[in-house]
Design a protein around this ligand. Structure first.
Ligand code: ZN
Length: 180
């Protein structure tokens, strides 16, 4: 089922997600609906807050034909990114490298806004899957960026928060137009 995507201005986007302690059939359905919703909107990641639910739950799916490069390491060995797609991340924790990388980023809660942002060059993720089995991987490129963006959402942090006041000022009219 396609769910309505919450836009900037809705207070749920500022809520920290509650820890998921149990995976109910309803939560499984929510994860499936979030993937459907994200794909329909042509996004690569979506956090529960973006469909109005403040939970530690996010989905990511990097299409196989993506023009932007992603990298994945499993157990320290480089692996095929598609081997773990689509991803459902429950209660994720991340460690970000000090080394940063500048690249362009959008957000389905900010239609029409793309900004250049520094993110960690590589990120280590520990999370639980839909059976609450602990898993981990390391990622870079678009996948690494998506993980960091979704992790922020789960803590009520939005990508515009990462901009300097001057850069945010330049985008103010566009951002306020989304708020409506
Ligand atoms: Zn977003």
């Amino acid at each position: 089922m396609i769910l309505p995507i919450v836009k900037y201005g809705d207070p749920v986007l500022r809520q920290r997600g509650a820890t998921v302690g149990k995976v109910t059939p309803e939560l499984r359905q929510l994860a499936r609906d979030m993937l459907d919703t994200m794909r329909k909107a042509e996004g690569v990641g979506l956090a529960a807050q973006q469909v109005g639910r403040a939970l530690q739950l996010a989905v990511i799916d990097i299409p196989a034909d993506s023009k932007r490069k992603s990298r994945l390491w499993l157990g320290g060995k480089e692996a095929d990114v598609q081997s773990i797609m689509p991803l459902t991340l429950i209660n994720p924790q991340i460690e970000i490298t000090k080394k940063k990388e500048l690249d362009n980023e959008g957000c389905l809660s900010f239609p029409g806004i793309n900004i250049d942002l520094n993110r960690g060059f590589r990120v280590k993720v520990r999370y639980q899957d839909l059976d609450l089995i602990p898993r981990e991987f390391e990622a870079g490129g678009l996948l690494g960026r998506a993980v960091q963006h979704e992790f922020d959402h789960l803590h009520g942090v939005l990508f515009i928060d990462k901009l300097s006041a001057a850069d945010r000022g330049k985008l103010r009219d566009k951002i306020e137009a989304i708020r409506g």
